[in-house]
Design a protein around this ligand. Structure first.
Ligand SMILES: Cc1ncc(COP(=O)(O)O)c(C=O)c1O
Length: 470
């Protein structure tokens, strides 16, 4: 049952704001529609976007400091990405046909082997981050055989929302009501000895342990958790010692975000399989992938009869792969990895100044490359001490509110879009495109300065006022 209306493409482009809310509530997700309404996002109708800006239908121009939560490393609608896609369409290129080997898949895989270190060589391309994690897990399982099926992951991890990916993610709120994969073991992030301990505890006398895989984000992007010095090297050593496949999830952090092509490069290690997505698609293509070391791939899928064990209908679509080839070229041609490190240093130092200036509000400033966040204290110091004394269990509620209040003020009063850490609602994150200009960083920093200068009472009043004004 629907509202009796059939939508053509031009109808979809001209749906009025009220109808959009109605259709979202009735046919997409009622809870999500209410949440958008509560945060005031139902008032924002994006018309177009270019670079680091989103243009609204009412003429407002929003500075996008989210970089599409790290999908938009190249910003919105990069002209070279658009041109690559237009070229594919104009030339009527073969999009999908399983009977021909794709030149785009071949070139893209060769480029990935080029930018990745060591003998990371064989690639598989798919559509989403979670799908690349599933594929990597399957390859590791096939490589290790039945006796080493245990998977270790950390308490700061997000690898996606499909069943296996969710089973190795620490986001309990989004996984608790589901049946999870057996044989997954959680250890504390940053503690290499915890990996050794779990492996040894699962080693039978004189035998090998049943742990076959360790999945790690070298930088845990969605909560901005960085590894202690030496952690990655030690992890690599332990994985070698106990014959464990090390899978690096670079879906959030890959392609320059942290000032390296891949975050694990900060300690010069080579994982066994690397998963990636987001910026890989140039902001247009829904593409992800994994690349495996030669030895791992060949033992798992090297035999002809095993070569199609893992495949997918939409794997290696020409336009998606062509877009990713162009995305990698844009990053290389513009030295965006180095640019991310340089601009990130500037952004980080200015954010740290703000952190010091508003030390009663800002608990910590942390980041690397163009991925930075401000962790806020819940409430002002006096109110916080009061709540801590009277009802400490209520502190997480204020913690959640804190980030939302700052986010809304930045957006509604300064036309700056930021976002909040995943399950860290007091963490305000900036991860703009790797092409962001210095003057736009300054604009965001000035806006943040003005927001932090306001007291909590004013910020909360504005937040509530915004909700009530609708
Ligand atoms: C580190 C990491 N891994 C995996 C995923 C899952 O990717 P997708 O949402 O494309 O399935 C995400 C998504 O944000 C991510 O940040």
């Amino acid at each position: 049952m629907n509202n009796g209306r059939w939508y053509k493409l031009e109808d979809a482009e001209n749906i009025l704001s009220r109808e959009r809310i109605y259709l979202t509530r009735e046919y997409v997700n009622p809870g999500m529609a209410s949440m958008f309404k509560m945060l005031g996002f139902d008032k924002l109708w994006a018309h177009s976007a270019r670079g680091d800006y989103i243009f609204l239908e009412d003429g407002r121009k929003i500075l996008d400091m989210t970089g599409g939560n790290c999908v938009l490393g190249l910003g919105h609608n990069h002209p070279r990405i658009l041109a690559a896609r237009k070229h594919m369409a104009q030339e009527n290129r073969l999009e999908i046909c399983k009977s021909f080997l794709s030149p785009y898949v071949a070139a893209l895989a060769a480029n990935m082997a080029n930018i990745l270190p060591g003998d990371l060589q064989y690639s598989f391309f798919c559509n989403s981050g979670a799908e690349s994690i599933e594929g990597a897990l399957k390859m590791a399982e096939k490589y290790q055989g039945k006796k080493k099926q245990g998977i270790v992951y950390t308490d700061h991890s997000f690898h996606g929302k499909t069943h296996a990916a969710m089973s190795i993610s620490s986001m309990d709120e989004s996984r608790n009501c589901f049946h999870l994969l057996d044989g997954c073991f959680r250890i504390p992030y940053g503690d290499a000895h915890a990996l050794r301990r779990i492996v040894e505890s699962r080693t039978k006398e004189k035998g090998e342990s049943d742990i076959g895989v360790f999945v790690l984000e070298a930088v845990h992007g969605t909560r901005l958790i960085f590894p202690p010095q030496g952690y990655l090297k030690e992890i690599r050593r332990i994985c070698d010692e106990y014959n464990i496949v090390l899978i690096a999830d670079e879906i959030y952090t890959g392609f320059g975000r942290t000032g390296y092509w891949f975050a694990f490069e900060s300690e010069g290690i080579v994982p066994d399989i690397v998963c990636y997505s987001k910026t890989f698609g140039g902001g247009k293509a829904s593409i992800a992938g994994y690349t495996a070391r030669k030895e791992v791939f060949i033992r798992a899928y090297g035999a002809p009869q095993d070569s199609m064990i893992h495949s997918s209908t939409f794997s290696g679509m020409s336009e998606e792969c062509a877009t990713a080839i162009e995305a990698l070229n844009i990053i290389k041609d513009n030295n965006l990895v180095e640019r991310s490190a340089d601009m990130g240093e500037y952004l980080g130092s200015r954010l740290k100044e703000l952190g010091a200036k508003y030390s009663k509000k800002v608990k910590e400033v942390r980041g690397r490359g163009l991925l930075w966040g401000l962790e806020l204290y819940p409430l002002g110091s006096k109110a916080r001490s009061l709540v801590e004394k009277v009802a400490p269990e209520k502190l997480p509620i204020f913690s959640k509110l804190t980030g939302g209040v700052v986010l809304a003020e930045l957006l509604h009063s300064h036309d700056i879009l930021a976002y909040l850490g995943f399950s860290r609602r007091n963490l305000v994150v900036f991860s703009p495109s790797l092409l962001i200009e210095r003057e736009d960083l300054d604009k965001a920093l000035e806006g943040l300065d003005e927001v932090l200068a306001k007291n909590w009472f004013v910020l909360v009043k504005n937040f509530i006022g915004n909700i009530l004004s609708r």
